[in-house]
Ligand binder design. Structure first.
Ligand SMILES: [Cu+2]
Length: 103
């Protein structure tokens, strides 16, 4: 009877804590972009991302077609915001890889 009670408590508390322990904060994102070919492309994308207060640093690597975002402390952009920014600039998102705390 007591055991059952404690198992229930254990189960409930583990369900509560589990998402908190696995959810590491994002520190940035690397976005693979289709359509960037020259420094005009990279400059316009950089400008768009710099308008967000959540962004601390933007780097565009034209060779690998990657846009690398570093977020300000405890800030992050949503996938929708990232996709919208790239799309509105006239380019296409191929993939997004997120950087997390401790990585
Ligand atoms: Cu260009």
């Amino acid at each position: 009877m007591i055991t059952k009670y404690f198992l229930t408590i254990l189960f409930v508390s583990s369900v509560y804590w589990f998402p908190l322990s696995v959810q590491a904060a994002q520190t940035g994102a690397t976005i693979k972009v289709n359509g960037m070919v020259c420094s005009f492309c990279s400059t316009s994308i950089e400008k768009k991302f710099k308008e967000f207060s959540e962004i601390a640093e933007v780097t565009v690597d034209l060779e690998t077609k990657n846009v690398i975002l570093k977020y300000a402390p405890n800030k992050e952009l949503t996938e929708a915001q990232i996709k919208e920014t790239i799309t509105k600039s006239g380019y296409t998102v191929v993939s997004i890889a997120y950087a997390k705390d401790g990585k």
